[in-house]
Design a protein around this ligand. Sequence first.
Ligand code: GLP
Length: 241
Amino acid sequence: MFKVVVKDTYEEVSSEAFKVMKEVLSQDKPVLGLATGSSPVGLYKKMIADHNSNGTSYKDILTWNLDEYVGIPRSHDQSYWTFMHENLFDHIDIPDENVHVPLGETDDLEASCKAYEESMEGHQIDLQVLGIGSDGHIAFNEPGTPFDSLTHVMDLTEQTRKDNARFFGDDISQVPTQAVTMGLASIMKAKKIIVIATGANKAEAVKGMLQGPVTTDCPASILQNHPDVCVFLDKEAASLL
Ligand code: GLP
């Protein structure tokens, strides 16, 4: 079931998302599912500000991230490991051992996917943060991904690689061709989910997620089957609803 909130600015969208986060942070030892991309950055800024001003502590919080590029080391400036440290982890008091990000550079990707999925067992995610790709992907589950998928290796679509080229000096040849991603079934296990989407290039995907048929052509449409999803949009992303 969806609750949809539409706001004028990215700042307001992030504030609304933060209200939900704050509520979850007030629970005993919450488990967070975190996302990369530009969409959640405003939310992370608010979490950092709240940590600094109100002393909200992350010492007892566990996090699992959605995905990571294959073939680049954690130290790479565009790895999702680096992204999460720069945009959140380095600015709050979360212990290193509480943070989980899939490994994109390893000899045995299959074993690493299995180990990642197993690491989540017994830790239901209380709040999963999501963005959405312009092709309707969530995490890196591209169109066609089975709804029962767990953590797996995904070939990235041309569209996704184009969208993400801006982080690689606008050079698509530098964008990895594969990623390790939590699967759609892994994501659906979360107790509560928030989706943040802004800008006209997300309008089609947002419409598919909320109002289209539940189909693997639009992976985000599976969220129609989840009991508790809040969607935070600006007017451009909501323009086709
Ligand atoms: C990336 C990530 C997704 C993210 C999406 C949108 O490829 N793997 O988790 O939601 O694309 O990114 P952005 O928020 O930058 O538009």
